[in-house]
Design a protein around this ligand. Structure first.
Ligand SMILES: *[C@@H]1O[C@H](CO)[C@@H](O)[C@H](O)[C@H]1NC(C)=O
Length: 134
């Protein structure tokens, strides 16, 4: 690589690093997210959900039929915030990551910063998790 190319490469790396930093900071400062865990079971089952991130433990929530549990947060400064839930009900359980910082996930599944997860009797849907009646 000649010196001129080397300078160009260094500049490009600097620009890329600035863009990355910018996007991380934008996520953490501007973005407030709401997560909804919705009980969509149609047979009156209670949905139990224990949701956690590295920093927060939201405890076990009993979500009544057709009800929901929701919470609001901002991502941490480096956008590492990730929430996972252990959910269980009569006859089944599931561990599910309900939030993480990834542009594709955020735009596809958290439109308007509202991430929804809904239990369903059957079927697999983008925003939902599935449950099959036996
Ligand atoms: C959040 O959940 C509660 C029930 O726990 C519900 O009354 C409320 O409407 C929900 N909020 C939003 C913004 O959906």
């Amino acid at each position: 690589m000649n010196p001129a190319q080397n300078v160009v490469t260094k500049k490009m790396i600097l620009v890329m690093a600035l863009c990355l930093t910018q996007s991380l900071i934008t996520h953490s400062i501007l973005n407030k997210f709401h997560i909804h865990v919705i009980n969509g079971f149609s047979h009156g089952e209670i949905l139990e959900a224990h949701s956690r991130s590295k920093d927060d433990d939201l405890g076990v929530r009993h979500i009544p039929a057709y009800g929901e549990f929701n919470w609001t947060f901002r991502t941490d400064f480096f956008s590492r915030t990730k929430f996972s839930c252990h959910m269980w009900w009569t006859g089944g359980e599931k561990y599910l990551d309900v939030f993480w910082v990834d542009n594709k996930f955020l735009s596809n599944e958290c439109g308007g910063n509202n991430c929804r997860r809904r239990s369903q009797d059957d079927g697999v849907y983008l925003l939902l998790f599935s449950y099959h009646h036996n």
